[in-house]
Write a protein that binds this ligand. Structure first.
Ligand code: ADP
Length: 262
């Protein structure tokens, strides 16, 4: 799915949350929206999702494969979500949580129980939770729950996956494992993915491209190495410019992207 955001401005009352955003999301890429808290990342994601629409006071377009969906709500788009506090249905097993989206499909598109079984089993394997089908959410760790949330989002085979700080509530080790795993999964599925994060390291590690946002404006768009090695302006330098982070990450980055030291 090709997504284009054109001249998008979004107001909340008198407050401008997004200022003239222009952005193209390449089909199959993992794009990170990176910026400090309050910079407008979630608002942009919600607008792409259709959870916020373009109202009279706002302006701009959001195109999904060339069709303007800016004033249309979520039903018009083909997306899966995972949020930081994505609540699984507590009274449903892991299996039923993942199958949920398949069971509520319109009758014509609905799969047979056999097909649902096959699909959920495959997804359980993909999230490395074979054998967990009959557990309830409270019997899982935080990381396992987020993997189930991801499987639930993927079950309906959306064209776009939107992730809002999906690992934010987890501890550092689990978060780092899940990032690596998300990257692998995304590379395998090649589903167009937008990840909201305020964590520079997370963006560097998983994204194909990073959009740096501050106060509702895009400061830079580029690959991780472009953004980290050639920050576009003072804001990006300061935001990423934790020198320790930069030096610590530099070796990893050089190895990962085969960048030769200057
Ligand atoms: P981020 O995801 O980068 O933390 P948000 O997109 O959540 O930032 O918020 C951007 C700004 O817009 C913040 O100042 C926030 O307070 C404001 N904002 C977000 N949603 C609303 C809303 N529904 N009503 C009023 N202000 C909002």
């Amino acid at each position: 799915m090709k997504i284009e955001v054109k001249n998008l401005t979004k107001y909340f009352g008198n407050f401008v949350a997004l200022k003239n955003i222009n952005l193209e999301i390449i089909p199959g890429e993992l794009l990170a929206l990176l910026g400090p808290s309050g910079s407008g990342k979630t608002t942009l994601l919600r607008m792409i999702a259709g959870l916020e629409t373009v109202e009279d006071i706002d302006s701009g377009e959001i195109l999904f494969n060339q069709i303007n969906v800016a004033k249309k709500d979520i039903a018009q788009r083909d997306i899966g979500f995972v949020f930081q506090h994505y609540a699984l249905f507590r009274h449903m097993t892991v299996f039923e949580n993942i199958a949920f989206g398949l069971r509520v499909k319109p009758k014509k598109q609905r799969l047979s129980n056999d097909e649902i079984n096959k699909k959920v089993t495959k997804l359980l394997n993909l999230i490395q939770l074979d054998g967990f089908a009959n557990r309830f959410p409270w019997q899982l760790s935080g990381g396992q729950r987020q993997r189930v949330a991801l499987a639930r989002a993927l079950a309906v085979e959306p064209k776009v996956l939107l992730l809002d700080e999906p690992f934010g509530a987890l501890d550092a080790k689990v978060r780092s494992d899940l990032r690596r795993w998300l990257k692998q999964l995304q590379e395998e599925l090649k589903i167009t993915t937008i990840l909201v994060t305020h964590d520079q390291e997370e963006a560097l590690e998983v994204a194909d491209r990073i959009v740096v946002i501050s106060k509702g404006k895009i400061e830079q768009v580029g690959t991780p190495e472009e953004v980290f090695h050639n920050p576009a302006n003072e804001f990006v330098i300061n935001f990423l410019g934790n020198v320790n982070l930069f030096h610590e990450r530099k070796n990893d980055t050089e190895q990962k992207y085969h960048i030769r030291p200057h």
